[in-house]
Design a protein. Structure first.
Lengths: 849, 467
């Protein structure tokens, strides 16, 4: 016997105890596909025949089924299932998860079951149980279809069961193997002339076929029609004729719309109200032959409510499709595809208020739909509505897939007065549709786990998430701007060089050890990290970031906080950077109207003034005053002939150290009265419209940056750097000399980066950068007197592993975030990355690293 | 940290006997946080100076967490602790000069009891409260006080002066008295004791303060700071000093904003809770959510009133919710009334369905803490997405600030306030918002109304217009 099951089905086995259900399941399904009530009894109570835990066992059974169906896994229920009350919750589960309920009935003579049961040592049912179950099974045979099981298969004897062959049939809507390319066309409503124009614009040629016109595309593109072919418009019959003819050729996908469904009813003579333009359809079709009308009915009735295409990347339906319904088949799924969801309320025009399912959409497939006329297609969480109200005088629109380009033609006229005006594009009511609005709490809290392309999955601990929620909410800028938060950076291993805590050898050795041949050593500026997003014009901020103010961009800190409270100064700086990019031709060269730059902003005292006053200057002042007194009295004691030489030496050292300490921070401080006192050193061009620039090496970054910095050297600093060949002793020793000169003259130190932006050691990516800080600078980290030999020795023990793990994870998240943004993914997708970086930053780690 | 003590009464070297430290020796003592050195840069018939050099090991301080039970500035290497004469110095005095402190000298029992002309130099002290506090502490005890205040950094005059002083004292006292005063007052000046203050600290203070503390005009300051602002200890100390100060010393902790001052002068909080409760009852709202509930004081008021059947509080800070949970003890309420009170962490900048299902959403004194972005997010979120039937908002009335002396002109009531509004600004915002989202709005004031400036707190209630 051949049994054909839908690929996504809940299959219940129905039969008395001893009918061989488990054996049948084992022979025909994966062990994990079949869930048995006996197994659940055993899991709970160690005894698969323990009838006293039935209720708990079925709870567990239903839970397992729910989890499997959520994931879209075919599931077989191995229990007697002879009683309607046992089947009812299973049917509910099938309905809830939009899976097709099927039953396989073991309609065996009672005798067989009895014999089998009596031969089993582990079971001691009375025969009366088998009798009862067999009777119930017979009753079930009559009612299964009525209860809602779509397919019922009956096995008459064990030999039939042994010879069953099971075929799994993909659902009609599963066309994942179709890769297009497609042109997904919105609601036509009889706008035949516009359809022809659109075909023309899309590159289709209209040909004369056997029975009428059809189309051909030289690049083998396939049209996808989103339904609502009829009603309201001028040429309904022509439209239907063309689409039916095209579909005979096969290279097309058509889904039905709600208007089409109603038309079927009207054509079949059912009593329907001829409103919303149905009258036009009926009038126009009455001019056609009965045969044609019949053909239309059959065609529209044959349409599948939605399709999953292109390996699951694209879903098309008339009114949209929620994630949990995609690729599934049930009445509810069909209804959703046709009508979407409404809130149950009606608006002032008497029309149902639509529930905006797309705002909540978090699926990975792109959903293209129509149904609700919008003035202009706009992406929202990977969904887009391409019904631009052609029949109401709008446009007829297609989305090209996978290019995601919008192609549209304007209506030749307004054919039908809309019941309510189309929402103007800039009305506040339209905002949540055009942009992603606020991120959702569930996007960031709970178990945030982000798959990064660079470095595995990053899991965020809940307590870190809690800290990030507060930081993000209280201080961070608009999340639409936060397309990147910079990673932390690990220092080099502790230096072997006497008198130093950090020294170039170790930083270079890290990369040599990881098979990197060439590194780029960049001077490390000592200011505050700043991410700069600069827009070429106002339109760019609006178009690309959805920010409709007059902001020409933003400068924010490593925690996503606005760098400047003084908006004027920020604007001034952004305009200057914009001018430099303009003059150097970068905008045109990069084909972008926005750029995201990773920078250091100087002076340090601009952002850190209070820290400097309350901690650094305070320590400098107190240590200097206290040490001076100590030295003076020790000198006197020495004059008296007391042996205080060790102490005097120590306190003289301290006095000197406190002066060096003050000098060290003083290097990074100056007063800022105007923009002329601000310096910005960009060191990465992170991303623009066309790309995330991580495929370019650091020398490329340095050169491009230097090109636009030179346009405005009083504001923009190009970073001095060296390329070091790690196989050359000479190259290394030049680098060390350079570092020494740099740091002895008050520089913070250098950052060593692999020549390529991202580097692998074969197993995973390696640190994107390692810092090597100067001896004097480190006084600001480890205290004025850290260079005392005794102190230095103790400080050598530093654990880098946590810092390095965080550095890699945050780097991967930052790049992931940019990539998602550049790919045009929705706000919540890149916001999750920024949120995760902030969460990782709350992880306890030695702050001095 | 450095202290020198000079005696100028011949034979000055007697100082060595009193201190039990030989003027011709350089001595070193180990303490848990480092070393202490004692030596004499001068010792003659006329003048004898003893120097105490206490050497806190900054690396050990951070690495081994020596001496600190709490997190704070001690966690950093960039730290003034090695240089400031503070509680570390008190510990050194008690440890190294225990006999001198007690005024005991076995060899010359009469010496310690004699007052001497003494000069003391301390480099440096940190004076919370400035020179004024130094004088107030030492002058009543008969010291002549000279101070040199240190500039933060000469290179950056715009940063201003530091709170560090080099202190010169002159007095005619026994060494024991001097050491006792230093023992108590150095940590008081600094106000940052490095060790955990327990019950026995009160006894220590009583012991060291015997004979002078109860009559010191700044005893309140001394007791509070010495006991690290632990109120129950301070109360005990005042009681033992025979004072009724013990009753009036609530609420003295940490940062005090002008808002706190206003709040304490008139019980504005209570008026606000009452005002909001009244509005909620009048509107028949029984299920209430407060977003930005802080420590849960408003929730507490609601929870005590059986009219309200469901009470939820959310805040963006997980930490403060823990405090609220302690105060509210949701367990207690939930057992009795079946989960009537609940708390959860949430942000007004994120869409959150947990805000749904309540009759009213209240935001007392919340909006003024929101940045421009967070503010616009809150509007979209609450009025555009959650759409509660009733929304109650209260916020300070900035016009009223001028009636408070504690608020400097032009500043706000709390350092975390991002703005404060006049009545007109508040009204304009509320009316615009109501119109945009389909609400009506009513205004009222909370607290004593000034005829020109209005009430200290302004409130409005939004009612959703039913279709």
């Amino acid at each position: 016997m051949n049994i054909t099951l839908p690929e996504l089905a809940l299959v219940i086995l129905v039969g008395a105890s001893g009918s061989g259900k488990s054996t049948f399941a084992a022979a025909n399904f994966l062990p994990s596909e079949s869930v048995s009530s006996d197994f659940c009894r055993k899991l709970i109570s160690d005894d698969e025949n323990n009838q006293s835990v039935s209720s708990e066992a079925f709870d567990l059974l239903h839970t397992i089924i729910s989890k499997r169906l959520t994931l879209g896994k075919l599931t077989v229920v191995d229990a007697t299932n002879v009683q309607p009350e046992a089947r009812k919750p299973l049917l509910e589960l099938a309905r809830k998860y939009h899976c097709i309920p099927c039953a396989i009935v073991f309609d065996y003579p009672e005798k067989i079951c009895r014999e089998r049961n009596n031969n089993r040592s582990d079971r001691n049912f009375g025969n009366h149980v088998i009798t009862r179950q067999t009777r119930q099974m017979k009753q079930a045979l009559r009612s299964l279809k009525k209860e809602g099981f779509r397919h019922v298969f009956v096995l008459k004897d064990p030999s039939e069961a042994e010879n069953v062959e099971i075929t799994r049939q993909p659902l009609w809507n599963n066309r994942k193997s179709e890769h297009g390319p497609f042109d997904v066309i919105g609601d036509i409503h009889g706008c035949y002339d516009e359809l022809l124009q659109l075909f023309d614009k899309l590159g289709y040629q209209v040909l004369q076929g056997e029975n009428g016109r059809t189309i051909y595309h030289p690049d083998n593109r396939k049209p996808v029609f989103l339904g609502d072919y009829c009603d309201r418009g001028p040429k309904i019959a022509e439209t239907l004729r063309l689409i039916m003819e095209i579909s005979k050729g096969g290279n097309v996908f058509c889904v039905p719309g709600n208007h089409d469904k109603k038309l079927i009813k009207a054509l079949s003579g059912r009593n329907v109200t001829l409103n919303h333009g149905l009258q036009n359809s009926m009038d126009q079709l009455s001019q056609e032959t009965e045969e044609f009308r019949q053909e239309v009915s059959v065609f529209l009735d044959s349409l599948v409510s939605h399709y999953v295409l292109d390996e699951g990347r694209l879903v098309v339906a008339h009114a949209g499709m929620k994630e949990e319904m995609q690729g599934r088949g049930s009445g509810k799924v069909r209804d959703f595809a046709l009508y979407g969801e409404t809130t149950g309320e009606t608006d002032e025009y008497g029309l149902p208020v639509r529930y905006n399912w797309a705002a909540d959409y978090r699926g990975s497939a792109t959903v293209v739909y129509g149904h609700t006329p919008v003035p202009e297609p706009a992406w929202l969480n990977k969904t887009i509505c391409v019904d631009t109200g052609c029949v109401f005088g709008g446009n007829l629109t297609a989305l090209r897939w996978p290019e995601k380009e919008i192609v549209s033609v304007p209506a030749l006229k307004m054919y039908y007065e809309p019941a309510k005006p189309l929402i103007p594009i800039d009305s506040p009511e339209n905002k949540p549709v055009r942009y992603d609005g606020l991120p959702e709490i569930n996007d960031v809290m709970g178990n945030l786990s982000i798959e990064t392309k660079l470095h595995h999955r990053v899991n965020i601990r809940e307590e870190n998430g809690r800290a990030a929620l507060e930081a993000m909410s209280r201080y961070a800028a608009d999340p639409r701007w936060l397309i990147y938060l910079p990673p932390t950076m690990s220092p080099a291993e502790t230096a072997a060089e006497p008198g130093y805590l950090e020294f170039p050898h170790e930083a270079l050795a890290y990369y040599a050890k990881n098979n990197v041949e060439k590194v780029v050593c960049e001077q490390k500026h000592m200011g505050s990290r700043a991410v700069v997003i600069v827009c070429r014009n106002r339109g760019a901020a609006e178009r690309r970031f959805g920010i409709d103010s007059s902001e020409p961009g933003i400068i924010y800190t490593r925690t996503g906080r606005r760098f400047f409270e003084d908006v004027e100064l920020e604007t001034l700086i952004l305009n200057r950077i914009n001018n430099s990019l303009e003059k150097s031709g970068i905008w045109d060269e990069f084909e972008t109207d926005w750029l995201c730059l990773d920078c250091e902003l100087m002076p340090w005292s601009l952002k850190a003034r209070e820290l400097l006053r309350q901690q650094y200057a305070a320590v400098g002042a107190s240590s200097s005053a206290a040490s001076r007194c100590a030295v003076e009295s020790l000198e006197k004691a020495s004059e008296r002939g007391l042996d205080v030489s060790t102490l005097l030496e120590k306190y003289s050292f301290r006095l000197n150290a406190s002066e060096l300490f003050r000098k060290a921070y003083g290097n990074y401080c100056w007063k800022v009265d105007s923009i002329e006192d601000v310096k910005i050193a960009p060191f990465h061009i992170l991303a623009g419209e066309k790309s995330v620039y991580t495929h370019k090496d650091h020398v490329w970054h340095m050169e491009k940056i230097s090109a636009f910095c030179s346009q405005d050297p009083s504001l923009l600093l190009a970073t001095p750097y060296r390329i070091v060949d790690l196989s050359s002793e000479e190259s290394i020793s030049h680098c060390i000399e350079w570092w020494k000169t740099l740091t002895e003259n008050g520089g913070e130190g250098m950052v060593v980066k692999p020549f390529d932006f991202t580097a692998h050691n074969g197993k995973s990516i390696i640190q994107p950068a390692v810092k090597c800080r100067g001896r004097e600078y480190l006084r600001l980290i480890y205290g004025p007197e850290y260079t005392l030999p005794d102190n230095l020795e103790r400080l050598r023990a530093r654990g880098l592993s946590v810092k390095r793990r965080l550095a890699l994870q945050e780097f991967a998240l930052g790049i992931e975030s940019l990539q998602r943004f550049v790919n045009g993914e929705p706000l919540y997708r890149y916001h999750q990355c920024a949120f995760a970086v902030l969460a990782l930053e709350s992880e306890p780690v030695d702050p001095r690293l | 940290m450095f202290i020198s003590i000079t005696s100028s009464k011949p034979p000055a070297a007697n100082l060595g006997y009193i201190l039990h430290k030989n003027p011709d020796a350089v001595q070193e003592f180990a303490v848990s946080w480092g070393k202490v050195h004692v030596f004499y840069p001068e010792s003659s018939e006329e003048r004898c100076t003893a120097v105490i050099l206490a050497d806190v090991d900054p690396v050990a301080l951070v690495r081994g967490r020596t001496g600190s039970m709490e997190s704070g500035p001690l966690e950093h290497y960039i730290n003034d602790r090695p240089y400031v004469a503070s509680s570390f110095m008190s510990v050194a005095i008690a440890r190294i000069f225990s006999s001198a402190l007690r005024g005991v000298c076995n060899k010359n029992p009469e010496l310690p009891g004699q007052p001497l002309p003494l000069e003391v130099k301390i480099a440096v002290v940190y004076a919370r409260g400035g020179e004024q506090v130094i004088r107030k502490l030492f002058e009543p005890l008969g010291y002549k006080v000279d101070v040199v205040r240190h500039t933060l950094d000469e290179k950056f005059p715009e940063w201003g002066e530091s709170s560090y002083y080099t202190l010169d004292l002159q007095c005619e006292k026994t060494v024991s008295e001097l050491l006792t005063h230093l023992y108590v007052l150095l940590p008081v000046l600094d106000d940052e004791k490095h060790y955990w203050v327990g019950d026995d600290e009160v006894s220590k203070l009583m012991h060291r303060g015997e004979g002078w503390l109860s009559s010191h005009p700044e005893k309140k300051l001394i007791v509070e700071r010495y006991l690290k602002h632990r109120h129950y200890l301070a109360r005990e100390a005042f009681a033992r000093l025979g004072d009724d100060e013990s009753k009036e010393n609530e609420n003295q902790e940490g940062y005090k904003s002008p808002e706190d001052a206003i709040e304490s002068r008139i019980p504005l909080k209570d008026l606000r809770y009452a005002g909001i409760t009244e509005v909620l009852k009048a509107a028949g709202c029984r299920k209430i959510i407060e977003t930005g509930c802080g420590e849960g004081r408003m929730l507490m008021v609601l929870a005590k009133d059986p009219f309200f059947t469901e009470i939820a509080g959310s805040d963006v800070s997980a930490k403060i919710l823990e405090k609220a949970a302690d105060k509210l003890d949701p367990e207690r309420f939930s057992k009795a009334r079946n989960g009537r009170v609940k708390l959860f962490q949430a942000s007004l900048s994120y869409r959150d369905d947990r805000f749904r299902g309540y009759d009213a959403l209240i935001l007392p004194e919340v909006i003024e803490h929101l940045d421009p972005y967070a503010f616009s997010a809150f509007e979209t979120n609450i009025f555009g997405y959650i759409k509660p039937a009733v929304v109650v908002v209260s916020t300070p009335n900035i016009e009223y600030n001028s009636l408070f002396e504690s608020i400097p002109a032009g500043s706000l009531r709390h350092k975390d306030h991002r703005f404060e509004w006049t009545r007109a600004q508040f009204r304009e915002w509320a009316e615009k918002t109501a119109a945009a989202y389909g609400y009506t709005v009513e205004f009222s004031g909370i607290g004593e109304e000034d005829p020109d400036l209005g009430a200290p707190t302004q409130m409005c209630v939004f009612y959703e217009v039913k279709k």
